[in-house]
Write a protein that binds this ligand. Structure first.
Ligand code: C2E
Ligand code: MG
Ligand code: MG
Ligand code: MG
Length: 294
């Protein structure tokens, strides 16, 4: 937003210093206020976790879900991560925020595992700052033990840039997580870097194709070569492939025909609160074809 304000001021020409500072000040105040409120939100448990199902195409079943944080703000209502994750990253609060999400997600996965209606693997997005903490993998091990969750039901989503960080702490955490039996996936695959060397260096098991590529499938003369290439490459490396941002039947049919393993997107379901997810699981287990029903 600050950047936008700056661009806007530039477009207006040189005499708009006043406009510029006004916009920027309003922006900074707003951000400062959110930062302070976020600190309080962490103490008051205002951060809630929503779950978005991933549909496993071969079985037509929900086997896993992505945990996505939301902020239940006392005055502003539900705030999406796009509005506060960067604040949390810049202020360092992301480490505590991430820990809170991880605990909530593991507790929920454990509840589905122990009380049904069925086991669901839950994937949690990580910040590189969490991986830079010495002992992060030990924290994860403690959380899993604490809620009696088998490690294979926890998946951690990393981004390409995290895997290219040459830090011994990051590398040893990633290796320790794999030894625990936690699954690791690469989020937003295809948007970051041209080097794929990290796929051999790290114990990755899943690639999540970024939704920008999936969105392309909607266009009239779409170029679907990239998606087909990612799926082929992933399979030749024995990796699973998840496609994000599936909104239309046409995209789903294409992904199915090309052997994509799982799909996630508004066509299946938006991210929903845990209790709604439980209800979705109960109803989809007596109705095998989830999609046709919705
Ligand atoms: P992401 O990990 O790539 O998550 C997928 C995002 O795409 C989610 O946005 C989800 O709601 C959205 N999405 C899912 N299906 C569709 C679809 O069909 N169409 C469209 N247009 N969007 C779809 P959300 O929940 O707003 O999260 C945004 C980002 O915030 C996430 O992107 C992730 O990078 C970050 N984030 C969310 N929760 C956490 C967290 O607990 N920790 C960290 N470090 N980052 C998080
Ligand atoms: Mg993700
Ligand atoms: Mg993603
Ligand atoms: Mg994304």
């Amino acid at each position: 937003q600050a950047h936008q304000a700056m661009q806007h001021a530039k477009q207006l020409g040189g005499n708009n210093a006043q406009f510029f500072t006004h916009e920027l000040r309003a922006y900074s105040l707003d951000r400062l206020q959110l930062e302070n409120q976020l600190r309080k939100a962490l103490e008051d448990d205002q951060l809630v976790v929503f779950y978005q199902p991933k549909l496993h195409l071969a079985s037509d079943r929900i086997r896993s879900a992505e945990a996505l944080v939301r902020w239940q703000h006392p005055q502003r209502g539900l705030i999406m991560p796009g509005e506060f994750i960067s604040i949390a990253e810049e202020s360092g609060m992301i480490v505590r925020l991430g820990d809170s999400v991880l605990r909530q997600a593991c507790a929920q996965a454990s509840q589905w595992y122990q009380q049904g209606p069925q086991a669901v693997a839950v994937s949690v997005n990580l910040s590189v700052q969490q991986l830079r903490q010495q002992g992060f993998a030990d924290d994860v091990a403690r959380i899993l033990r604490g809620c009696k969750l088998p490690a294979r039901l926890l998946e951690l989503e990393l981004t390409e840039s995290m895997l290219l960080e040459h830090s011994p702490t990051v590398s040893s955490n990633i290796e320790a997580l794999q030894e625990l039996g936690v699954t690791l996936s690469v989020d937003d695959f295809g948007t970051g870097y041209s080097s794929l060397a990290y796929l051999k260096r790290f114990p990755i098991s899943t690639l999540k194709i970024d939704r920008a590529f999936v969105a392309e499938l909607d266009e009239e003369h779409c170029d679907d070569a990239i998606i087909r290439a990612i799926i082929a490459m992933a399979h030749s490396l024995s990796l699973n492939v998840v496609a994000e941002g599936v909104e239309h039947e046409r995209q789903l049919e294409f992904l199915k025909a090309n052997g994509c393993d799982e799909v996630q997107g508004y066509l299946i379901s938006r991210p929903i609160p845990a209790d709604e997810f439980t209800a979705l699981l109960s109803s989809s287990s007596d109705m095998p074809n989830l999609r046709k029903r919705r």
